[in-house]
Design a protein. Structure first.
Length: 347
């Protein structure tokens, strides 16, 4: 009897928190998207993408989380800019530094307290030097724009938590600190992820393929998952959900072509965000899958709306093909490495 009553108390305590988190997520991402698409500064579409990830990965606001987010948004961009200034004239040195930053991101990602920092670090380390090779001025613009969008996402993150704070008791909020792998194991997993992803990164850097920024960002995010358990299955799911998100972005764009009205755009974003928010918070175990689909939707739609060219279909299929091939490559290599490790253990 007492166990049943305790169970009811836990459900009643958690449910309002879930409802608040859904409301906070939908309102925050919708407002951020409206500001980004309405003002349309450089890389403005990144702000709702970052905000969505912050709200999913950090459901409770603390001073430590606030400091981590600001450090992630400012320090990592400064690192990327420092790499781009002058080092781009020395390709081998540039690739070496990019590889070191990627290794650092993989190593930090295995600590839940630093996974957001690691995610933004690897995106900055891949995108900003790549732009520096093509156009140093564009690299500086990209770094500043990324910083503005990131700081804006942090401000929105804090504002949404102030408007919709969690009401669950501290006992419900409290979580046991996860046990981290040994430093040697984290180093091994980070090196393994670097072995898988670095060849395709070097390929894009060497040939300077057009429209590769989104693909590089996807490779960075997908390769982070290779550091964890069940990496192949999770990477395959993320590849599938990103494809679904991209297809939904094309559908959303076609609707916007039919009804080119800004309030309709905001309502459409709110609708998609509401659907994904319910999926994310109703089943936390599958939250990364639905969060990945929403990220793909916001990124592909955002790049189309911020672009002067209206041929989203062509751009989408080019990007999705690059993403698909890069994802298949990493999943295949990861599968080979895992199979090789299993055969060694069996023998």
């Amino acid at each position: 009897m007492s166990d049943n009553s305790m169970s009811l108390v836990s459900v009643n305590a958690i449910q309002p928190s879930v409802d608040r988190r859904i409301t906070r997520f939908v309102l925050g991402v919708t407002v951020a998207a409206a500001l980004a698409y309405g003002i349309n500064w450089g890389l403005s579409f990144v702000m709702p993408v970052f905000l969505a990830k912050f709200l999913v990965d950090k459901p409770v606001l603390t001073r430590q989380i606030f400091d981590e987010l600001f450090l992630a948004m400012v320090a990592t961009v400064l690192i990327g800019l420092s790499i781009s200034n002058g080092v781009t004239h020395y390709p081998l040195v540039l690739l070496l530094l990019v590889g070191l930053l990627m290794f650092s991101a993989y190593y930090l990602f295995m600590d839940p307290e630093w996974n957001l920092f690691a995610t933004i670090l690897i995106i900055s380390a891949l995108l900003i030097p790549y732009m520096g090779i093509i156009n140093p001025a564009a690299s500086l613009f990209l770094g500043k724009a990324l910083m503005i969008s990131g700081v804006g996402a942090v401000i929105m993150f804090v504002l949404m938590h102030c408007l919709f704070p969690d009401k669950a008791p501290q006992s419900v909020k409290a979580k046991l600190k996860p046990v981290l792998p040994l430093s040697s194991q984290r180093t091994k997993e980070a090196l393994r992820a670097l072995m898988i992803s670095f060849p395709v990164i070097a390929f894009f850097y060497y040939f300077q393929i057009n429209g590769a920024l989104l693909t590089l960002a996807f490779i960075g995010i997908l390769s982070l998952q290779i550091t964890g358990q069940k990496s192949v299955k999770l990477s395959a799911f993320l590849l599938l959900t990103n494809s679904i998100g991209g297809i939904l972005a094309v559908i959303a764009y076609e609707l916007l072509v039919t009804v080119p009205w800004f309030p309709f755009l905001v309502a459409l974003i709110a609708l998609f965000t509401c659907i994904f928010a319910n999926k994310i918070y109703s089943n936390p175990l599958k939250a990364p899958i639905w969060s990945g689909a929403l990220t793909a939707l916001l990124v592909v739609l955002g790049t189309a709306l911020s672009s002067e060219s209206k041929e989203i279909d062509v751009g989408f299929y080019t990007r999705i093909t690059q993403i698909f091939l890069a994802g298949i490559y990493m999943i295949f290599i990861s599968f080979l490495l895992e199979s090789r490790n299993k055969s060694k253990h069996d023998s």
